[in-house]
Design a protein around this ligand. Structure first.
Ligand SMILES: [Cu+2]
Length: 159
């Protein structure tokens, strides 16, 4: 004797399927949108973007941009090879650090400031106002390989 499937079971399966499809579509849209809002970049074509010009740029009365590329094992702010990563700004100035990575995940941690995560494919933007003169050391706090400890530098804030 053949057993027949009750109609309520068929309806339940169809309704469940529709619900799951809608949920999947909703999640897909959210996942697609998220990285665009965060600022993305192709790490293999940085020389065709703003990151071609690395270094410290004065953008206003007391505003500066420091554009850098983190890579194994240096914060590249346009400094010469074997020169320290060192930039000087006047006290009270607002510094916007714009950063991306060419390879792994790095983190720029400037003394007393919130760490800045820097990863390939993303643009990090962080604004800091230095209210006190002094030398602010910085280092990479994401372990990124054998010469990780070389990823250091400083921001010098002068009166
Ligand atoms: Cu690093």
């Amino acid at each position: 004797m053949r057993t027949s499937i009750p109609i309520w079971k068929i309806v339940a399966v169809i309704m469940g399927g529709i619900t799951l499809s809608l949920a999947a579509a909703f999640l897909a849209v959210r996942f697609v949108q998220a990285p665009i809002a965060a600022g993305t970049i192709d790490p293999l074509r940085l020389n065709k973007t703003e990151f071609r010009d690395r270094g410290l740029f004065k953008t206003g009365e007391s505003t500066y941009i420091l554009r850098i590329v983190a890579k194994e094992w240096v914060f590249d702010g346009g400094q010469q090879r074997n020169q320290p990563f060192e930039f000087t700004i006047p006290v009270g100035a607002t510094l916007t650090i714009v950063a991306t990575s060419m390879d792994l995940m790095h983190t720029m941690h400037i003394a007393t400031q919130k760490p800045i995560p820097i990863s390939a494919g993303k643009i990090s933007r962080s604004t800091i106002t230095f209210a006190t003169p002094g030398t602010y050391p910085l280092l990479c706090t994401s372990y990124c390989g054998p010469n990780h400890a070389q990823m250091t530098g400083s921001i010098i804030v002068v009166p």
